[in-house]
Design a protein around this ligand. Sequence first.
Ligand code: ZN
Length: 146
Amino acid sequence: MGKSKDYFKGEVGELKQVIHELKKDIKRLQKVIEGQKKEIKTLKHALNDSILYINDDLANIPVEQIIAYFKDKKRGKLDEVHEHHKEELNNLKEKWKCHKCLTGYLRMVLLDRGDKKFYMRVCVNAICGNRTVLKPYTSDIEGITE
Ligand SMILES: [Zn+2]
């Protein structure tokens, strides 16, 4: 009997030790949290100061200048889109270059015949006359339509 009582005492001692360690961990974490709360408070103050500063600055900028800024920004984006489209088109023109006249490229012409669509490729060079035969069209067929 005495042996199991000693064993039990040992277990309790171990648990007490674990609890003691956990309490120490909690204290340490509470200190970390306190530190972070202080840091957040400081950051909030800095942010509020920045907002006041920016508001002051904005009040001094003429409205026309702000509008012009956003217009330029938007135009820049559109230019990028056009540039990308032009590049793709040039790649396609190179891919579908006419091997007969070597100056034009083959444009895709779509034809509706009842419920079926057909296509052929025609050289854009009017004096070349190079064209492919009419074939059934599916949406995965690539080509220049403009
Ligand atoms: Zn041609």
